[in-house]
Ligand binder design. Structure first.
Ligand code: PLP
Length: 402
């Protein structure tokens, strides 16, 4: 059995067809697309093609709405920077408590500069409260920035509806769609989303390439200034091979979309049901909410996620955990904390993320291996008493979140 890779929300395998499309631009077509001589031609043509391919995947109205960047982090920084520099008198930003650090860290920085950052809360299922959101919309808001799908739980937010609500008050709306693009169909032309970030390596494209969608006629200020690449919206010589790769990956994602929506979702359900049936005290995060078809997050109560990951790795299974080792102690992720998941569960949260390369026999192997791993760790856990784990838990014993 080859190692089983279930960490596709971290990054995905490069599709061999994507590599094939990229190769000429890493070898013979090395010209700069800005050059007037013949060496520039192939790059220019490839750039236009990739822009069209990504625009199609996103359902954008115009290819020119796509600006290539170095990654989604850059795209999101650019969107937020643009919104705040365009309207310096507006000092509020609305986001959520469960965004990726690419958004949260920029917002924290703005907070230090005097901005008010409204971080929308989520409930235990990871869902937002749209009434709380509606109440926060006001003319002093420079930008709403909300992710379409959460990277840890896969929970999908009602972004089109939220964008409409922002537009009713003439407020700019940006979406981090890194975990949504390539997994769920999108038709940006039919939404009120002004800007959207995505990343090539999350849907079988290469690393180091991302894009920012900017709706035509949206007020915009560039972040990287210099040359006139990307129509003056993002300076810097284009990463042609990366862009070609992201374009090819977009076309393939479109082709595989029905399979993602049915086949991958079926495998995810098989994994979910198989694990929950065999492992007691296994809580599915975001259950009952719309979720991306490839993501499953389960909190195995009374044990540490990192220990589960290490033992899974020993039997050739790769996944990821919500807890991160900070200053010597394992802290549940900000997403688990925002969802008010009890401490003893949040620590044992594991994210399994599938892709179109995931096979049923791999899912069955995980279902076969994991129950023994969890029960072995529970026998070592001070929180766990066989058969009656509640007895091990007292209120005094439970630390509170800082
Ligand atoms: N936003 C989300 C939701 C993500 O999951 C990630 C990456 O994991 C990013 C942003 C950052 O993407 P990139 O690494 O391309 O900058």
């Amino acid at each position: 059995m080859k190692p089983v890779y279930l960490d596709n929300n971290a990054t995905t395998r490069l599709d061999p067809m994507v590599l094939e499309a990229m190769m000429p631009y890493l070898t013979e077509h090395y010209g700069n697309p800005s050059s007037i001589h013949d060496f520039g031609g192939p790059g220019r043509v490839a750039l236009a093609r990739a822009r069209a391919q990504l625009a199609t995947l996103l359902g954008a109205s115009y290819e020119s709405e796509i600006v290539f960047t170095s990654c989604a982090t850059e795209a999101t920084s650019t969107a937020i920077h643009s919104a705040v520099t365009l309207a310096p008198e507006k000092k509020e930003i609305i986001t959520t408590a469960v965004e990726h650090p690419a958004t949260l860290a920029v917002c924290e920085n703005l907070e230090r500069m005097g901005y008010t950052i409204h971080r929308l809360a989520v409930n235990e299922q990871g869902a937002l409260d749209l009434e709380q959101y509606r109440a926060l919309l006001n003319p002093n808001v420079a930008l709403v920035t909300v992710m379409w799908a959460n990277n840890e739980t896969g929970v999908v937010f009602p972004v089109p509806e939220m964008a409409e609500m922002a537009h009713e008050q003439d407020i700019l709306f940006h979406c981090d769609a890194v975990q949504f693009v390539g997994k769920c169909p999108i038709s940006l032309a039919n939404t009120a989303i002004d800007m959207l970030s995505c990343s090539g390596h999350k849907f079988h494209g290469p690393k180091g390439i991302g894009a920012l969608y900017i709706r035509r006629n949206t007020r915009f200020r560039p972040f990287l200034r210099g040359g006139h690449q990307e129509r003056g919206r993002r300076a810097g010589t284009e990463n042609i091979a990366g862009i070609v790769g992201m374009g090819a990956a977009s076309e393939l994602a479109d082709i595989h979309m029905p399979m993602m929506q049915s086949g991958i979702e079926a495998l995810r359900s098989r994994l979910e049901q198989g694990l929950v049936a065999q492992i007691p005290h296994a809580l599915v995060m975001g259950q009952g909410q719309p979720r991306t078809p490839n993501t499953l997050n389960i909190a195995f109560e009374f044990i540490e996620g990192e220990a589960i990951l290490l033992l899974m790795n020993q039997v050739g299974i790769a996944a990821s955990s919500g807890s991160a080792c900070t200053s010597g102690s394992l802290e549940p992720s900000h997403v688990m904390r925002a969802m008010s998941i009890p401490y003893t569960a949040a620590h044992g949260s594991i994210r399994f993320s599938l892709s179109r390369y995931t096979r049923e026999k791999e899912i069955d192997y995980v279902i076969e291996q994991l129950p023994a791993i969890v029960s072995r760790l529970r026998t070592l856990s001070p929180y766990w008493q066989e058969g009656k784990p509640e007895a091990a838990i007292t209120q005094d014993f439970l630390p509170t979140y800082g």
